[in-house]
Design a protein around this ligand. Structure first.
Ligand code: GDP
Length: 201
């Protein structure tokens, strides 16, 4: 498959709900704990190194970063959660921005949740997934860094995690992924493309 996200461009970083770009087309968001491998996954999926660099720029890590695709649809990098060295107040502000975005964004058609396959479905991941299920937002989980595990071990984690996922939200699916060796790249792209072809409401 040729890269379906070629030509993706950074549009805007947002730290307050009032700054959200006007809704246009449909969008797919990426969420995950800090260090889970979200930036690497976005880079791999879009075939662009500069995108994640943008999100990692100091000052941008706590923002919602919007990327535009040539067809007008968008990919959205949500701030990583669970970063230990952040004050309670900051965590609360961050959480509120994330929750407000997820709750109010009409054009949002799905959330890709990135988790380190060696530590899948932590408490924060589960609250996000359950919450998405409650508001009817489909979730696709990427259990990433699977190159760090044997095939057998990774397959076992996928099987048990899928069970837990479905118990949390019927609208959830999951797969193994590796930004390092490309495992699961096509499957993940297909899921995102399927969401992006959702007709605009
Ligand atoms: P983020 O904070 O969620 O954006 O995480 P990063 O994408 O910056 O990745 C965190 C660390 O995990 C970095 O050292 C990456 O090189 C590493 N990493 C990310 N994805 C993979 C992967 O698929 N395989 C392996 N082995 N390491 C990965």
């Amino acid at each position: 498959m040729t890269n379906p996200f070629a030509g993706v461009r950074f549009l805007k970083g947002v730290s307050h709900l009032s700054q959200l770009p006007v809704e246009h087309g449909v969008e797919v968001a990426f969420a995950g704990r800090s260090n889970a491998g979200k930036s690497s996954a976005i880079n791999k999926l879009t075939g662009s190194k500069s995108l994640a660099r943008t999100s990692k720029t100091p000052g941008r890590t706590r923002e919602i970063n919007f990327f535009g695709l040539p067809d007008g649809n968008r990919l959205v990098d949500l701030p990583g959660y669970g970063y230990a060295k952040v004050s309670k107040r900051m965590k609360a502000q961050w959480g509120a921005l994330l929750a407000d975005y997820l709750r109010t964004r009409q054009s949002l058609v799905g959330v890709v949740v990135i988790m380190d396959c060696r530590h899948p479905l932590t408490e924060l991941d589960c609250s996000l997934i359950e919450w998405c299920g409650e508001v009817g937002l489909p979730v696709h989980a990427l259990f990433t860094k699977c190159d760090k595990l044997s095939r057998g071990k990774a397959a076992g984690i996928l099987q048990s995690s899928r069970k837990r996922l479905t118990a949390m939200s019927e609208l959830s699916t999951g797969q193994l992924f590796s930004a390092h060796n490309g495992t699961g790249l096509e499957q993940a792209r297909q899921q995102i493309l399927a969401w992006l072809s959702t007709p605009e409401s």
